[in-house]
Design a protein around this ligand. Structure first.
Ligand code: BT5
Length: 329
């Protein structure tokens, strides 16, 4: 990000509104007027609409903002998450890129964002559809000082951050154990946690998050049309992707601080606020087995509790909740 730090600062100043003179930018940023002009030229190339007047200076078109690393960095209000922003128009998978960066020492809070992914990953080899120009595909590197067994906690933490960010646009979504975010029963976001660790020590965790933001039914890949939705579909309004990304990173940072200070319990409580399957009839499929029962909530470490027809409560630590239907309904 360092190489674009000046562009980010210029955009922040221009977002204050109106025309800003070259002289004023030059003194506020401590760079020459020629340097200001060069950075403005670079920003225009990135897709910013910037009007230039010889007498008044520069003015930003705040209606047609592009989606890129500068834009995301300019809306961030975080200290750790987004410390480095790596933005790509097209990537195989942001999780893979984050892994590469993590292995070469990228600091905690580094984020990778892609406008499109050609090989977006779901869990267990599944695919995450990632068309360009409409959604958010991002991965966040964390280096939590907890044992590898606790890494699963971070899936819940990410889910709470995603749900909170979406909630600001279209009301509270539902979380589906372990990693889905739903609106009216359809998937609006998914989370893929991966980690690089030794048996007893985490090197880093990559929190991969895909949020369908402006993807509408007509632009959805056919395979997911019946099961997916988006923030825009629900809210009826186009959403500024950089702002939603900013809200997500703020939420991640807030809950990560809570987690490091107070552990999993407050994360679990926040997650349960979005969890609606408790008391309902569900079926959990993991590997080759399927178990049906009544959802009895989640336990202290996030395992799903399933009351079987025999009355026994089973702990499920991995799998997919296949069907969830209200017993009463
Ligand atoms: C997930 O897997 O839900 C995790 C998705 C994580 C995606 C992010 S994007 C940024 C980062 N980089 C990556 O490469 N991945 C992460 P899972 O629970 O296995 O769900 C996958 C299933 O969701 C697929 O088999 C489809 O049925 C469905 N699906 C695929 N794309 C979708 C989309 N865009 N919206 C809703 N559902 C989708």
């Amino acid at each position: 990000m360092a190489k674009e730090a000046t562009e980010v600062e210029i955009i922040k100043v221009l977002k204050e509104g109106g025309f800003v003179s070259g002289q004023s930018l030059s003194s506020r940023l401590g760079i020459s007027r020629t340097a200001v002009w060069k950075h403005i030229k670079a920003l225009k190339k990135m897709g910013y609409g910037i009007a230039a007047s010889p007498s008044k200076g520069y003015m930003l078109d705040t209606q047609g903002l592009p989606f890129n690393g500068v834009e995301v960095a300019s809306v961030l209000d975080t200290e750790v998450i987004g410390k480095e922003v790596h933005f790509f128009d097209d990537l195989g998978s942001t999780n893979l890129k984050a892994f590469e960066l993590g292995r070469t020492g990228a600091p905690e809070g580094t984020v990778v964002i892609a406008d499109a992914q050609s090989a977006g990953k779901g869990r267990i080899g599944r695919r995450w559809e990632s068309p360009p120009g409409m959604n958010l595909y991002t991965s966040i590197i964390l280096r939590p000082p907890v044992p590898p067994q606790a890494a699963q906690n971070l899936t819940f933490l990410a889910a709470v951050a995603v749900a909170g960010a979406i909630e600001g646009y279209c009301g509270p979504p539902e979380v589906k154990w372990p990693n889905d975010i739903l609106i009216e029963g359809k998937k609006v976001a998914g989370i893929l946690m991966e980690m690089d660790s030794e048996l007893d020590r985490i090197h880093f965790v990559v929190a991969g998050i895909g949020i369908n933001i402006n993807m509408e039914e007509a632009s959805m890949p056919e395979g997911i049309r019946d099961i997916a939705t988006s923030v825009r579909t629900r809210s009826g309004k186009a959403v500024d992707r950089a702002r939603l990304a900013g809200a997500l990173y703020s939420g991640m940072e807030k809950w990560y601080k809570v987690y490091l200070k107070d552990g999993f319990a407050p994360i679990r409580d926040a997650w349960k606020r979005y969890f609606r399957a408790e008391g309902k009839s569900i079926k959990v499929v993991s590997f080759s087995s399927a178990t049906a029962g009544i959802c009895a909530g989640i336990d202290d470490d996030g395992a799903l509790l399933l009351r079987t027809p025999a009355g026994k409560v089973e702990r499920v630590i991995s799998g997919d909740v296949l069907s969830a239907r209200n017993e009463a309904g």
